[in-house]
Design a protein around this ligand. Structure first.
Ligand SMILES: [Zn+2]
Length: 392
């Protein structure tokens, strides 16, 4: 879709305004301006409301409505109980009401994976189990009767965070050896989308190219350690891939881990450093992937220690790739292509090897039992297979 931004007008703006006002992010229009023209303008207050919305949802704060923000705004119009929820094919229902229901079911201990706001097969099955246990017809349809049952139970205090415990259990149960673990490496952009790109004299550097090169190096190292490695794209895909497409690929492969490789860019040439992102939402601890957070922290620290790049830290985000994947997933922004210092390092193949070595160490440490974990920067990744075998 086309990005809707400040100065735009039209029906889409009317809709965005109405939903943001409903969320109390946008004050009512002044009484003197009761006309449709006013509603149809994307003005400064709308931009402020969009920013506040993006901030609250863990989206990238841009002030304009891109596809991801639109989907979140569109989902926000639904409050739990306002419509009947059921598993629809081929277009499943999507909305904040679905997510709220999923969170309630997760709190109650039903296994439906991640609260992704999509009413899929697993959500319907979890709801049916709930219905069976409270003596309702287990049809997987959330109507008024089921809503009443949920209300009667009241809001349970979230203590155990079942979804995270389950994610952790599954990960631990898989064992500490790297051999046969499935990892998906996702080089960002590609297929006509260069990502961040800069002209440096006669040379043109693109994020898509460097991300792929890093991914290919990482693939070699991890495959040599016995991992099953998949890349989401080749060096020159015919078409750009959506973030949700990349997420479903990782889900279909049943990946144990996912790492997405990007570079950053900024109008300010002094902006530099490395940052990592994991799935999570501010103000709602129940929605944070602890394993994702741990993986992100390990990648971040290993890179910072081994490359001395500036530490732009680890952050929680609800980006599609992180939200829709069912395994610990991390996106690393491995330096600013727009920073001369970062760029000079990134275009050096030896530096890229060092960067990849840091990620390999982080992957390895994800599988080390807590008690045998080692200090950052100290893990020798030159002979991983031996380490993996010794670790069992
Ligand atoms: Zn990127």
């Amino acid at each position: 879709m086309q990005v809707i931004r400040r100065g735009d007008r039209g029906d889409a703006v009317v809709e965005i305004r109405a939903i943001l006002a409903d969320l109390a992010l946008l004050a009512d229009r002044p009484p003197a301006t009761v006309d449709a023209v006013y509603d149809a303008v994307f003005d400064a207050p709308v931009e402020r409301a969009v920013r506040a919305f993006q901030q609250a949802r863990g989206l990238t704060v841009t002030g304009d409505v891109n596809e991801e923000t639109w989907r979140a705004i569109d989902a926000a119009r639904w409050h739990l109980g306002a419509r009947v929820l059921s598993h629809a094919q081929p277009e499943p229902l999507f909305g904040d009401d679905v997510r709220e229901l999923q969170e309630r079911l997760l709190e109650l201990g039903y296994d439906l994976g991640r609260a992704d706001g999509i009413y899929g097969q697993r959500t319907a099955a979890a709801l049916a189990s709930f219905q069976r246990e409270v003596g309702l017809v287990p049809d997987g349809v959330c109507g008024p009767g089921t809503m009443n049952a949920l209300r009667r139970l009241g809001r349970k205090v979230v203590g155990g965070r079942p979804t995270l415990l389950r994610e952790t259990e599954k990960f631990r149960a898989a064992g500490t050896a790297l051999v046969d673990k499935r990892i998906v490496i996702d080089p960002g952009h590609g297929g006509g989308d260069p990502g961040i790109h800069v002209q440096d004299g006669a040379l043109r550097w693109t994020e898509a190219y460097i991300a792929y090169d890093l991914a290919a190096r990482l693939e070699g190292r991890l495959a040599a350690a016995g991992m099953r490695v998949h890349l989401t794209r080749g060096p020159a895909p015919r078409e750009p891939l959506s973030e949700s497409g990349r997420a479903s690929l990782a889900n279909e492969l049943g990946a144990d881990l996912l790492i997405s490789i990007h570079l950053d860019g900024h109008a300010n040439p002094w902006a530099s450093g490395v940052a990592t992102y994991h799935y999570g939402q501010y103000g709602d601890a129940g929605l944070t992937s602890t394993l994702g957070e741990r993986f992100a922290a390990l990648v971040q620290r290993e890179i910072v220690v081994r490359t001395a790049m500036r530490d732009c830290r680890t952050h929680a985000k609800t980006w599609d790739l992180l939200r829709l994947t069912r395994m610990p997933a991390v996106r690393v922004e491995a330096g600013y292509l727009t920073s001369r210092e970062d760029r000079n390092r990134l275009i050096d193949p030896l530096f890229r090897d060092r960067l990849v070595e840091a990620i390999v160490a982080a992957v390895r440490r994800m599988y080390l039992p807590a008690e045998s974990d080692v200090a950052t920067g100290s893990l020798d990744v030159s002979n991983l297979q031996a380490v993996g075998a010794a670790g069992g």
